[in-house]
Design a protein around this ligand. Structure first.
Ligand SMILES: Cc1ncc(COP(=O)(O)O)c(C=O)c1O
Length: 449
């Protein structure tokens, strides 16, 4: 049983004093202290239980016994760096390979999604011997300096856009430049990348890579339109670049129907580099880059060793293997499909009742609920979204968060053991809060209440 070492007020005071204030807390006005967790539930210091719709990292459920057991067993025997021969790293790479298209067969293990994307950038730049990168608007690829440079979500608030970074429109068919009524939004958005590449060439520059989250998350839980990736890959490759799929949020079966997000784009589509992270270690820092033999060979050819102290160590790989085992043994992909489809259907029913719900989208347990104050103009209802999130926490002990350029999209990325009953409860509570927020409150979207 977890015990509190400090009173909540003491923890908060120490945190404010000792931890950098850019490391923000959830619910900063009234932060929650969590002292233990299990499955899809988090418990505070008073034993109060919260339903977790946020923790996509604790993929197979918080503190899954099979994962902690695998970690402890390996921890007790050996943990070294990956310069010694060990079974776990190769067995794990082999298991991952079985989930991927054949040409993605060379693995590099690292410790975070940011490290994975930074290495992907190096691989792409080394292979193509070029620097320039195309990214989607509002994208986020990590917190390292190299990745802030290719993350419009961050660099717009910081140093701005570097001359080697080029931003293509986000293929958001709800509020982007081409919408659901367009006959072929996948092609139309892919053409914006083609035009951008032409502009880049006109400036006398050449592209190295196109980076994309397989389903853009901070962009607002976007599902890329059909055909988009294949077309973009065609344009990018014919310009000499490589296609990098960032699966840090979307991999490992979250979508149910597919193990990887890029597979939604069809069996024929295969990126040149894939990065993975968050769910891989169920909370243990474990991430990875996988690429083709050709890209890997170019990286090797520079003659410089790639050494990562913690990446691919026996404990991390034992954990990674255990996570894969649990996904299979508990049919968590099947669960993601069943529960995710039910959640989306129920939210769509709510959309018919509440004007403020503009869009419901997603696949499996990656779902977005976009709130708007005007259905015609699709004006983001940012404050309503914030109030709803706050009330769900305070009245119903449900943790949900928002995303999207206007923070008006409620995102659902719960642990994969999320149940039908959990989905029903969430929808019931959202319905209750939205019904209770009287028309005035909803109309006053643009004013502080
Ligand atoms: C799509 C995507 N890529 C990369 C990262 C960076 O991963 P990490 O925080 O593990 O460094 C994140 C983190 O939120 C992410 O959402």
């Amino acid at each position: 049983m977890a015990e509190e070492k400090l009173k909540k007020e003491e923890t908060l005071a120490m945190r404010l004093k000792l931890i950098g204030q850019s490391c923000r807390l959830f619910y900063s006005e009234d932060p929650v202290k969590i002292i233990r967790a299990r499955g899809q539930y988090l418990f505070d210091e008073n034993g109060r239980r919260y339903l977790d719709c946020i923790s996509n990292v604790q993929h197979v459920g918080h503190c899954h016994p099979a994962v902690t057991k695998a970690a402890m067993a390996q921890m007790d025997v050996l943990n070294t760096n990956s310069r010694f021969l060990h079974d776990n790293i190769v067995l794990y790479a082999d298991r991952l390979a079985s989930t991927l298209p054949e040409r993605l067969c060379v693995f590099y293990f690292v410790n975070s999604g940011s490290e994975a994307n930074d290495l992907a950038l190096r691989l792409a730049q080394q292979y193509t011997r070029r620097e320039d990168v195309v990214v989607l608007d509002h994208a986020y690829h990590g917190h390292l300096k190299s990745l802030i440079d290719i993350s419009p979500y961050k660099f717009r608030k910081l140093a701005g856009q570097k001359e080697w970074v080029h931003v293509a429109p986000l293929p958001d068919i709800y509020r982007g430049i081409y919408r659901e009524d367009h006959p072929n939004p996948g092609q139309a958005y892919a053409d914006t990348v083609k035009d951008l590449i032409e502009e880049i060439h006109q400036k006398g520059r050449q592209i190295s890579a196109f980076f994309v989250e397989s389903l853009p998350s901070v962009g607002g839980q976007i599902v890329l339109p059909e055909g988009y990736c294949s077309k973009v890959a065609e344009y990018v490759r014919s310009a000499g670049g490589v296609f990098v799929a960032d699966e840090v949020q979307t991999g490992f079966g979250r979508l149910g129907s597919h193990f990887w997000g890029f597979q939604l784009q069809g069996a024929d589509f295969c990126p040149d580099i894939v990065t993975m992270g968050k769910p891989m270690g169920n909370g243990h820092p474990l991430a990875c880059v996988v690429t083709t033999k050709e890209v890997a060979a170019a990286f090797t050819a520079n003659g410089v060793e790639y050494f990562n102290t913690f990446g691919g160590n026996p404990v991390s790989c034992a954990i990674g293997l255990a996570v894969l085992d649990v996904i299979e043994a508990e049919d968590l992909r099947g669960n993601a499909t069943r529960v995710g489809t039910h959640l989306k259907d129920m939210l769509k029913k709510l959309q018919a009742k509440h004007e403020v719900i503009g869009d419901v989208r997603g696949v499996g347990l990656f779902v977005g609920l976009e709130l708007i104050s005007d259905r015609l103009k699709r004006t983001p209802a940012t404050k309503t979204a914030a109030r709803l999130v706050k009330r769900l926490k305070e009245e119903d002990q449900i943790f949900v968060s928002t995303d999207g350029p206007w923070e008006n999209v409620l995102k659902f990325k719960p642990p994969m053991c999320f149940s039908l009953e959990n989905a029903d409860l969430v929808v019931r509570c959202i319905d209750h809060v939205l019904t209770d927020m009287n028309a005035n409150e909803l109309r006053l979207e643009n004013e502080d209440i």
